[in-house]
Design a protein around this ligand. Structure first.
Ligand SMILES: N[C@@H](CCC(=O)NCCCC(=O)O)C(=O)O
Length: 249
């Protein structure tokens, strides 16, 4: 039996003057080694991707990105003038999420991926968090190297009625934090799985689907060192295998 085949979303980046479809290795590594799946990269195309692509897959992972979801997708004014955008990523991700919902395809959203899920479910975002009253600064430290950016940064309280608590049996964790956008209005039908100390929703799920989970932190970082991170990828891989063997079979 082949391993589940998972699509991961790419971003548009310019590398040495060339437009590239780019995915950071840590997402692929965590999916292959912690979720035990195989991976294909899905290009970032503003016009969106054909739903037929997802019919060949067993799951979809929405990666993080330094770019931000364009506020026009949730009817907000451009409330952050130097907001870094990626219309190709927006087009692909939002079309893929809507198709995944229709197919009941297992869906894991990470950081930007959580934000895209919330928007696709009809919710909204706010930014920059660090400038909003009552909210913490959720950005990574501006000192130190990359490794320090993914160190645990704040506490996380799980919803005792949520998927993450069922997966871990624990209510409190510490997670990394590398974002300046966050959930404002929760998408219709989404469950708030976890909160940061300032009340920001940091994880969401759709309980009506077999597996639809979005997390604001980065569980793909050193999954072997964090039980919560590992549990997320193990559960996603299991859900993708189940999808392969049942719904898709
Ligand atoms: N740009 C958004 C989402 C932040 C995000 O996805 N960061 C990822 C950093 C790079 C990586 O680890 O892939 C925001 O600022 O909220």
């Amino acid at each position: 039996m082949h391993k589940p085949l998972i699509g991961v979303t790419a971003c548009q980046r310019q590398i040495e003057g060339h437009h590239c479809h780019m995915v950071v290795n840590k997402y692929v590594d965590a999916l292959r080694h912690s979720a035990n799946v195989e991976v294909v990269v899905l290009p970032a195309l503003a016009e969106g991707l054909n739903e037929g692509i997802l019919e060949r897959l067993d799951g979809l992972c929405l990666t993080g990105s330094y770019s931000n979801v364009d506020p026009r997708h949730y009817a907000a004014d451009q409330d952050h003038p130097d907001c870094r955008l990626d219309p190709d990523r927006d087009g692909s991700a939002l079309s893929l999420i809507r198709a995944a919902r229709r197919l009941k395809l297992p869906l894991l959203g990470i950081c930007r991926g959580l934000q895209e899920m919330n928007v696709a479910w009809g919710g909204s975002l706010r930014q920059p968090l660090q400038a909003l009253p009552g909210l913490m600064d959720h950005r990574e430290p501006d000192t130190g190297g990359v490794n320090s950016h993914y160190e645990p940064a704040h506490a996380l309280s799980l919803n005792p009625d949520g998927m993450l608590y069922r997966l871990t049996g624990e209510l409190n964790f510490e997670v990394n934090s590398l974002h300046q956008q966050g959930i404002d209005r929760l998408g219709e039908g989404l469950l708030a799985e976890a909160l940061a100390p300032d009340g920001l929703v940091e994880a969401i799920s759709d309980p009506t689907l077999p597996f639809a989970l979005g997390v604001q932190w980065h569980p793909e970082w050193r999954t072997d060192e964090h039980p919560l991170y590992a549990a997320i990828f193990t559960a996603f891989g299991t859900a993708c295998a189940h999808y392969r063997d049942t719904i898709k079979a």
